[in-house]
Design a protein around this ligand. Structure first.
Ligand code: ZN
Length: 359
């Protein structure tokens, strides 16, 4: 059989790995118009959501004590040993979405003629999950200066109810033009799976922090998210950014939306986390130089697809708050600043634009 020929609107997808539902694969192979356009559109949209939620709690959310009580160093030693073994078994944890980047849902949408949000100039969102007082201090001392020198402003999602958040630091972050968002409740990885009343109480407590800091965005701890959680977020936030494009092995194998384009759950915008995360990469044994090279490669492929670049780094020394990772981060920020294809935005700024064209 001859190789299927990609339609012109899919030229950006040339050479990318692909996971498509059967009806869409048949469309690729058959010339002419599809018989069932609505069925094809539904199949394309169903693909985006098919692995978007983590419906099974990972072991860490079922422990009797918060898993953060295990000393960080011990957690990292165990994690590093597991990671090296994991890297060899990618076919088990990245069947769909593939890893480190799978844009099958965007390919499916373009193939089926679904209207999606794309960008001529690629928005770049640099974001941080702030899991500890160390993370917040490092954000101010190490990350913000690099971002500001490159003309970027970031978004930091702070755990609101686990430790004393230094109000002087949060005020400074905001005063320097950066954005603050909410990172769950206490990072015990329970909110997404809690009974409805408990889930809402945790979200409400976190939202008090949001109101005090002008936060309109939510990032789920460990990216654990369920349809019920997203439903509850709709009345509290303007956007969520908890669904990775290609989640890889974490928080559960084979998770992600396979899309780098924003979309809506009701009124709530979903800004997918499109870049491979520092935690996963370090866990899998990638060196800082390999991480820097992979980030550029993935960003370039996303830019060609019309999607957005959304990068998550953690500011603690065990993740990206160390000299080798910061050097890679600085180099990425400068490379993006020097390429006219990209444009730094805060999520808030992107939302204003999205709402202006799709209200
Ligand atoms: Zn976190």
């Amino acid at each position: 059989m001859a190789e299927p020929v990609l339609p012109a609107r899919l030229a950006w997808a040339e050479g990318l790995p692909l996971n498509l539902p059967a009806p869409l694969l048949r469309l690729l192979e058959s010339p002419g118009l599809p018989d069932d356009e609505i069925g094809l559109r539904d199949a394309a949209m169903a693909l985006r959501i098919s692995a978007a939620f983590t419906n099974t709690p990972p072991a860490s959310s079922r422990l009797p004590v918060s898993y953060q009580a295990v000393p960080g160093k011990l957690r990292r030693i165990v994690a590093n040993a597991m990671g090296r073994a994991y890297r060899c078994r990618q076919s088990a944890w990245a069947r769909f979405p593939g890893w480190p980047l799978d844009l099958s849902a965007d390919i499916a949408a373009d193939l089926a003629g679904v209207r999606t949000t794309t960008f001529a100039r690629t928005p770049v969102l640099v974001t941080h999950d702030i899991d500890s007082p160390e993370g917040l201090r490092n954000l101010r001392d190490m990350f913000l200066p690099l971002e500001e020198a490159a003309g970027a402003r970031s978004a930091a999602y702070i755990v609101p109810c686990a430790w004393d958040v230094d109000e002087g630091l949060t005020r400074e972050v905001l005063a320097r033009g950066h954005e603050i968002g909410v990172h769950g409740y206490d990072h015990a990885n329970r909110t997404a799976f809690a009974p409805p009343d408990e889930r809402r109480n945790r979200l409400k407590a976190g939202h008090q922090f949001a109101r005090a800091h002008g936060a309109v965005g939510y990032r789920a701890p460990s990216l654990l998210r369920t349809a019920a959680l997203i439903e509850d977020l709709q009345s509290l936030y303007r956007y969520d950014s908890s669904i990775p494009t290609s989640g890889g092995a974490f928080p559960t194998p084979n998770n992600g939306c396979a899309s780098a384009r924003p979309w809506r759950f009701g009124r709530l915008w979903e800004l997918p986390l499109t870049m491979p995360r520092d935690g996963s990469l370090r866990f899998l044994g990638y060196s800082p130089a390999e991480i820097g090279a992979l980030w550029r490669d993935v960003a370039a492929r996303i830019a060609r697809s019309g999607g957005l670049v959304c990068l998550l780094t953690h500011c603690e020394a065990g993740f990206s708050g160390n000299s080798k990772m910061l050097a890679q981060y600085k180099s990425l920020l400068e490379w993006i600043a020097g390429e006219s294809q990209y444009e730094y935005l805060r999520p808030l700024g992107l939302l204003d634009r999205l709402d202006a064209v799709d209200s």
